[in-house]
Design a protein around this ligand. Structure first.
Ligand SMILES: *Cc1c(COP(=O)(O)O)cnc(C)c1O
Length: 431
């Protein structure tokens, strides 16, 4: 697979942009090699600027649940752009979007639309703090909630601690109110909550972790968090930017039957255009300006193109059979990969739910960041390049989820499993 054009463009990009990219993971830093410049996508396939084809398991990191350039999305998007790409005034599409999202996720009575997941989380935390009149928030190691200052924290040396900044440019003062606990560890979380109970505004969690690779919540974990919040007067925020409308028609909260106080959304609800949203019960959302005292605004919020693509996408996801099908596809892929690895004698863990999975090279069940860090990252790197050479585009990082779309058919999944068989065989002496 010659990729001369990608190579040339990347060299040029590096001159003009830090690292040659606009988001770090695109730079292939953790797998090595040059990133691939994409020219177009259709269905489950991508085509790069050297005319190579790939089966896509990145799906733009989540939004492309209907596959690329789906006509059901493209047509309304074209119609919308003809009518102007932005007004900065209310539009019917925003109301339709709000109504649709609320009808699918009954934990929310009102939402606000923003432009990214980062923004949604940042504003939801501000609302939680404004509503509770408290300062502290608790997050879990390995969960990602966008790149706002207070959330770029790493666990300090103690297991239970205030987060230290995990990025240059973040003053320690900005993370002093962020507590950090191990994912899936209810006892540790409880100890931390007890200690800070009077000033804890919210616990924020990815109800299914997807940003350290896919890590499923242990039975009772989410329900336990809900109870901790209720008992201590804090709000529970589910960050469903990734899982919302992917794992179930009402997100992870629908799948596990746990109702958060606030929910953040993004990715799928924009159908591939930049969108975020957050919402909850009216009594909490009424804190937001212009009604309440928590300020939040956005020039392009509720953008008509994003609404058109998002609405078109959500409408196609309405039926229960959609998720039954997507779940079957994901399970079939996970099973095929497991079998292929077993035949090569390579121990893997493949946590999966409807529409997303991860492949960890490990013989131990992965329950949190500690386990993820112990997996064999180098094997993923080798596997990634073996798969790429066979026309399978996987996330260029062992810590990211693979995304399956509704247009990944029998054929694509079978091809992927065959490629995996050969790839596992080729890397097994490195094991
Ligand atoms: C992607 C993601 C975000 C950040 O969304 P952006 O649109 O990239 O800012 C936040 N939280 C979760 C769970 C995500 O997966």
């Amino acid at each position: 697979m010659p990729r001369a054009h990608s190579k040339r463009q990347f060299a040029k990009a590096r001159q003009f942009m830090p690292g040659g990219v606009n988001s770090p993971v695109r730079a292939f830093g953790s797998v090595g090699g040059d990133p691939i410049f994409m020219a177009r996508g259709r269905g489950a396939y991508l085509e790069d600027i050297d005319s190579n084809q790939y089966i896509d398991y990145v799906g733009s990191w989540g939004p492309m649940i209907l596959g690329h350039a789906n006509p059901h999305v493209v047509t309304p998007l074209k119609d919308a752009v003809e009518k102007s790409s932005s007004f900065g005034a209310p539009t019917v599409a925003e109301v339709d979007m709000a109504e649709l999202v609320l009808s699918r996720m009954p934990s929310m009575q009102q939402i606000r639309l923003v432009n990214s997941g980062t923004e949604a989380v940042m504003a939801a935390l501000r609302v939680a703090r404004g509503f509770t009149k408290r300062n502290k928030i608790l997050k879990f190691a390995g969960c990602y909630h966008g790149h706002s200052d207070a959330l770029l924290v790493k666990a300090g040396s103690g297991a239970l601690t205030h987060g230290a900044p995990d990025s240059l440019g973040v003053p320690a003062a900005f993370t002093q109110h962020t507590l950090i606990a191990p994912y899936n560890d209810l006892a540790a979380t409880e100890r931390l909550v007890r200690k800070h109970r009077k000033d804890l505004a919210a616990i924020i969690v990815e109800p299914i972790a997807g940003n350290m690779g896919v890590v499923l919540p242990r039975p009772g974990f989410l329900r336990g968090l809900k109870k901790l919040c209720r008992v201590n007067g804090a709000l529970l925020i589910f960050d469903e930017v990734m899982t919302g409308f992917r794992v179930h028609s009402s997100g992870a909260q629908g799948l596990y039957g746990v109702k958060p106080d606030l929910t953040t959304l993004g990715k799928i609800i924009g159908g591939g255009l930049p969108v975020g949203a957050f919402g909850g019960p009216k009594k909490i959302m009424q804190c937001l300006s212009p009604v309440g005292g928590v300020y939040q605004a956005g020039t392009l919020s509720g953008n008509p193109l994003a609404m058109a693509a998002g609405l078109a996408t959500l409408k196609k996801l309405g039926t229960k059979s959609f998720y039954v099908k997507l779940n079957q596809k994901t399970s079939r892929l996970a099973l095929g990969l497991t079998e292929a690895a077993r035949k090569a004698g390579i121990p893997v863990q493949i946590p999966h739910v409807c529409g997303m999975l991860s492949l960890f090279f490990s013989d131990q069940v992965v329950t949190g960041l500690g386990d993820v860090m112990k997996t064999r990252k180098n094997l993923y790197k080798a596997f990634f390049h073996e798969m790429l050479a066979r026309g399978i585009y996987l996330p260029p990082s062992p810590f990211e989820a693979w995304f399956v779309s509704i247009v990944h058919g029998e054929n694509e999944i079978a091809k992927t499993v065959r490629a995996a068989k050969d790839s596992f065989q080729n890397i097994k002496d490195q094991f």
